[in-house]
Design a protein around this ligand. Structure first.
Ligand code: PRP
Ligand code: ZN
Length: 303
């Protein structure tokens, strides 16, 4: 990749060009009010209404781009990040970066999987086998921890077909929905790493304009993530059971209580709940005497 210099006043963010994280990453930016036109057609895109440029690359390249300071930020899975970090540690080139935020998407696990018909009683059965993976560092670390001697075969993609091709006995690959394994008649037997998407940041200090832009971006991001877990709840409550009903509301402070026109025995209650409102909660509220219970999503929040 040719060297790209970073402009002083615009943040540069690396995103996965196409894959598991790309849609969610762009959706997150959109929720933060950042508009990008015709994404993915170019390598580098300028946001229209925010001082940020987006570089679309392979997810495996993102840790390096951030660690080397070509990009200030990157959205990447911790699977790819941890693999890159281990590799750097082995080469003695540990880079300056940190995880700025954990994100609410991209959950998956790195798992060892073998052909469905192959018996498996425990990790010791891996002894002496060949394991195909795109994550040699994480796989090797797990095998060392488990004191298993096995051969690790590196493949950059299509790992799931390695057993059929006779390239390996076992694979170590990412599992999200599990449909890739199922389609290839493989079954996961051990989870070796749990992954989620994170916002990665280069550790060096940013120039004033960029630093200010990042502050705004992070505030919006926190607002979006917080709003996703938060609900607005409205209900009618008999005055007599108001205290009991307030106690049932998950993670809410100081609800608003309003009079109900034409009914002296009841009040309307509005509250922001910072935790998920489940059907069970609604049923308990109903049992306690609440009626007309509405649970509404919150789009944005700033506290
Ligand atoms: C992973 C993995 C599988 C698939 C598993 O690829 O290599 O192919 O996702 O998902 P599933 O359990 O829902 O079927 P990824 O999207 O990370 O692409 P990449 O390896 O090309 O970066
Ligand atoms: Zn990848």
């Amino acid at each position: 990749m040719p060297p790209i210099t970073t402009p002083k006043d615009r943040l540069r963010l690396a995103l996965q060009k196409s894959g598991r994280l790309s849609t969610d990453s762009l959706d997150l930016l959109k929720s933060c009010g950042i508009r990008v036109k015709s994404p993915k057609e170019k390598l580098l895109l300028h946001a229209e209404n925010f001082p940020i440029d987006i570089l679309f690359v392979r997810d495996d390249d993102i840790p390096q781009l951030v660690m080397d300071g070509v990009c200030d930020l990157g959205i990447v899975g911790t699977n790819v990040l941890e693999e890159a970090a281990l590799e750097r540690r082995t080469n003695g080139t540990a880079g300056g970066y940190f995880v700025e935020r954990s994100l609410d998407f991209g959950g998956c696990r790195l798992a060892l999987a073998l052909p469905e018909e192959k018996p498996y009683a425990g990790v010791k059965d891996l002894q002496g086998l060949r394991i195909a993976t795109s994550y040699p560092q994480l796989t090797r670390r797990y095998l060392d921890e488990q004191k298993i001697k096995a051969e690790v075969v590196y493949l950059s993609g299509s790992v799931e077909i390695a057993p059929r091709l006779g390239l390996a006995d076992v694979i170590c690959d990412l599992v999200a929905s599990g449909s890739t394994l199922e389609a290839n008649k493989l079954r996961a037997v051990e989870t070796i790493f749990k992954s989620t998407a994170v916002l990665l940041r280069n550790a060096r200090e940013l120039a004033a304009e960029k630093s200010h832009a990042l502050e705004i971006l992070l505030r919006r991001l926190d607002g979006v993530q917080k709003a996703a877990d938060t609900k607005y709840i409205m209900l009618h409550a008999p005055k007599a059971s108001l205290d009991q009903i307030k106690k049932l509301l998950p993670g809410s402070e100081n609800p608003t209580i309003l009079p109900l026109a034409g009914d002296d025995t009841k009040v309307a209650l509005h509250a922001v709940c910072s935790e998920a409102v489940f059907w069970e909660t609604m049923e308990s509220l109903k049992k306690a005497g609440a009626s007309s219970i509405l649970v509404l999503p919150i789009e944005k929040m700033m506290l």
